[in-house]
Design a protein. Structure first.
Length: 134
């Protein structure tokens, strides 16, 4: 995980050059911000410590995510992580739960496209996502 506060997260968000977006079906175990936070903060080796995965996709990578803030009014949460071969690439994650449509909107920001893609693959199927940055 990469501990930070909301102000630090916001300050880094604008400087990240890679942005990935995806919408995935929200699994039954992630319908609330509390459930999302509990799942995201204990991801190890591509699956949660309790078994299974985050959004129905397991990978061999695996990051754990530091919960930065949840915004109950809009059903959104933000997280920070580090990844890459030396575990030094900062990754920022924004997730919005849309229960009425049974979906989660995921946005990832980073500076290394390969690391961002790895994280997106952990969180949902990146091939169906929209690559925003060139």
């Amino acid at each position: 995980p990469h501990p930070m506060n909301t102000q630090e997260f916001g300050g880094k968000w604008g400087s990240m050059t890679v942005e990935l977006k995806n919408t995935v079906v929200c699994p039954q175990h992630i319908r609330t911000l509390a459930a999302l936070q509990a799942t995201m903060t204990k991801v190890v080796g591509g699956s949660t410590q309790g078994g299974g995965d985050i959004f129905g996709v397991s990978s061999s990578g695996g990051n754990s995510y530091h919960h930065v803030e949840s915004i109950p009014q809009t059903n959104e949460a933000i997280f920070g992580a580090v990844g890459g071969t030396r575990n030094s690439e900062l990754i920022l994650v924004h997730v919005k739960i849309v229960p009425a449509r049974n979906r989660c909107d995921i946005m990832i920001k980073g500076c290394d496209r390969a690391v961002a893609m790895q994280v997106m693959e952990e969180l949902g199927n990146a091939q169906n996502g929209r690559l925003v940055c060139p």
